[in-house]
Design a protein around this ligand. Structure first.
Ligand SMILES: Nc1ncnc2c1ncn2[C@@H]1O[C@H](COP(=O)(O)OP(=O)(O)OP(=O)(O)O)[C@@H](O)[C@H]1O
Ligand SMILES: [Mg+2]
Length: 222
């Protein structure tokens, strides 16, 4: 069994009178250590799939197995803890907290664990070094470039040493040079063993990854 297994995932959103089928019977297996790209037109269900994989959203039908664990019966608390330990997220628009400096942003995921302040600092500094931002540790997100913000977001995603990184258009808001830097970091993390699932609209970047899957209208296509 892969590190990620989606079995018969259907997601239906109900809003007022409309019903949107965002995903329809999606199956997916991702092997440990893979770097997978997810592609398809706007609205085809890519983010929905990623959010369900990341346990940020629940499917209407189907099962999500992460690291061989059936997550369907999990209560909110244990699920949040499992998510925090196993999964790191990177979003197109960074999702940093503007009132916190870089170091504090990166430490955020560790606040939910039983680590000391000193340990948290050390781990945060370690991952900031990895993304080349040690010299911007005391800056605030608004004082950084887009590429730097995304590097902070990656540092935050990996500070807890997750097995899986889920990235939703991580280079979508960046120019090609900064996008390149982000891809290089993701490749490095993948070489170190982290499984990565990345949604992207960029064929060139997708081709650099180990495998591409495509969606259309909530279904996987080939
Ligand atoms: N919270 C929601 N409530 C209602 N409908 C939703 C919700 N989230 C997504 N949808 C619908 O589900 C479908 C899939 O959306 P999703 O965000 O997964 O697409 P996407 O492939 O990520 O698109 P993009 O490339 O534009 O990011 C869309 O038709 C969208 O309108
Ligand atoms: Mg999306």
């Amino acid at each position: 069994m892969g590190i990620i297994n989606l079995e018969g995932i259907t997601k239906i959103y109900h809003t007022d009178e409309v019903e949107t089928i965002a995903l329809e019977n999606v199956n997916l297996e991702v092997e440990q250590g893979e770097f997978l790209s997810v592609m398809g037109p706007s609205g085809c269900g890519k983010s929905t799939m990623l959010n369900i994989t990341g346990l940020l959203d629940l499917p209407s039908e189907g099962k999500v197995y992460i690291d061989n664990i059936d997550t369907s019966g999990m209560k909110d608390g244990p699920m949040a803890e499992f998510r925090n330990k196993t999964l790191g997220f990177v979003f197109q628009s960074f999702h940093l907290i503007n009132s916190l400096n870089v170091l504090d942003n990166v430490e955020m995921p560790l606040l939910y664990r039983k680590s000391s302040e000193k340990q948290r600092r050390e781990l945060a500094k370690e991952v900031l070094e990895k993304v080349g931002l040690t010299h911007r540790m005391r800056h605030y997100p608004t004082q950084l470039s887009g590429g730097q913000c995304q590097r902070v977001a990656i540092a935050r995603a990996i500070v807890g040493n997750p097995k899986i990184i889920l990235a939703d258009e991580p280079t979508g808001n960046l120019d090609s040079k900064m996008g390149r830097e982000i891809m290089d970091i993701l490749h490095k993390l993948n070489k170190e063993g982290t499984t990565i699932v990345m949604v992207t609209h960029d064929e060139h970047l997708a081709k650099e990854t180990g495998r591409i899957i495509r969606f259309f209208d909530g279904r996987r296509i080939e």
